[in-house]
Ligand binder design. Structure first.
Ligand SMILES: Cc1cc2nc3c(=O)[nH]c(=O)nc-3n(C[C@H](O)[C@H](O)[C@H](O)COP(=O)(O)O)c2cc1C
Length: 334
């Protein structure tokens, strides 16, 4: 069975990639992921806050904040490797890139335009095979338009692409008025790959303590459809690699994403829930499914069910939406 796959110009043994998570924050964690059979690993993000935490003034500010205004700490994320700062992160990346046989993709979450460019360069110098930009900004300013937010994304990609030679992927949020247009703009700006979609932390309010709490619940396969639809809609229409993430629990989701047109399938929650060994289970399941259904390679199913096979996809979506509403008509419910 030929499972070989290509992503960002990297040749991979198969299409299942470990996405950024606490499992990929350390050298030992990345070794475990390789041993368990990951085709590539995305290291946990370098957050620009990590760098600023090395700045004593910033450290003092966050310390004071936590004493004088306890609520502030609830909003402020605890970061993996926080005490190691940027030097520790780069050292871990350097050692992992040397030690592992699979590609180690660095992930960057910046906050300033200089930060994005400067730290992308540092990640490249530390040996990253590629960089994934984990762009996370909440447009809280009511005067900032959607167009300005999108321009910000494009500027980040242009800046990073101008400063590194390794491939650059963008991990996108689904919150755009027109995700397809945004994706096309990012590719025009130089993105070599897109990862659909990121998941974010979910603040809540504890009604006993009235404190703002934070959590990042692990995903389930119920979260698959949003990414699945957009992978299918973008497949073959953009000159870039497509990584599908979100809601991969078993080989079933891996197969679905490949059928929709993904070049690779990325997983974090399932590995946190079941351990890195789950990678081998998913890979074996993928192989089994291909064999049982008469396919001899992953390429044979890639994009088989993408939107290029549907003539009026918008009309079809609407028709299916309307039709599915009738499934819940009182007479039909048993
Ligand atoms: C605990 C946890 C930590 C994560 N850390 C990162 C991170 O450092 N950088 C990043 O880009 N994504 C991070 N993610 C997001 C995952 O890489 C992934 O994109 C997302 O969880 C969707 O995949 P899943 O449904 O398989 O979990 C994290 C996810 C979890 C659950």
């Amino acid at each position: 069975m030929n499972l070989s796959s290509r992503y960002l110009g990297l040749q991979l043994a198969h299409p299942i990639v470990a996405s950024a998570s606490p499992l990929s924050a350390t050298l030992d964690g990345m070794r475990l992921l390789e041993d368990a059979g990951a085709a590539a690993v995305v290291m946990a993000s370098l957050f620009e806050e990590q760098i600023r935490a090395e700045d004593t003034a910033y450290a003092r500010y966050t310390e004071q904040g936590s004493e004088s205004q306890s609520e502030a700490t609830s909003y402020f994320p605890e970061l993996p490797d926080y005490d190691c700062g940027v030097s520790g992160h780069l050292e871990t990346l350097r050692r992992a890139s040397d030690a592992l046989d699979i590609p180690v993709i660095a992930s960057l979450n910046g906050t300033t335009s200089e930060g994005w460019v400067e730290y992308a360069r540092s990640l490249e110098q530390a040996g990253a095979a590629a960089i994934e930009l984990n762009i996370y900004s909440i447009p809280v300013d009511l005067m900032v338009s959607g167009a300005e937010v999108e321009r910000g994304y494009v500027d980040i990609v242009r800046g990073v692409k101008a400063s590194v030679r390794i491939p650059v992927a963008v991990k996108l949020a689904p919150y755009f008025s027109s995700p397809g247009h945004m994706a096309a703009e990012l590719v025009r700006a130089g993105a070599d790959g897109l990862v659909l979609f990121n998941r974010f932390y979910a603040p809540d309010i504890d009604l006993l303590t009235l404190r703002v709490t934070r959590s990042l619940p692990l995903s389930t396969a119920a979260e698959l459809p949003l990414s699945l639809v957009w992978i299918a809609l973008l497949s073959r229409r953009l000159a870039c690699s497509l990584g599908a993430g979100r809601g991969v629990e078993t080989e079933a989701e891996v197969v679905k994403y490949l059928l929709a047109g993904a070049d690779v399938v990325m997983t974090a929650s399932a590995l946190l829930r079941h351990g890195p060994e789950h990678l081998a289970t998913m890979r074996a399941g993928l192989e089994r499914w291909l064999g049982a259904n008469g396919f001899d390679s992953v390429d044979a199913i890639r994009g088989l069910k993408d939107a290029s096979h549907v003539e009026h996809v918008d009309a079809l979506f609407r028709a299916q939406y309307v039709a599915s509403l009738t499934d819940y008509l009182p007479g039909k419910l048993v």
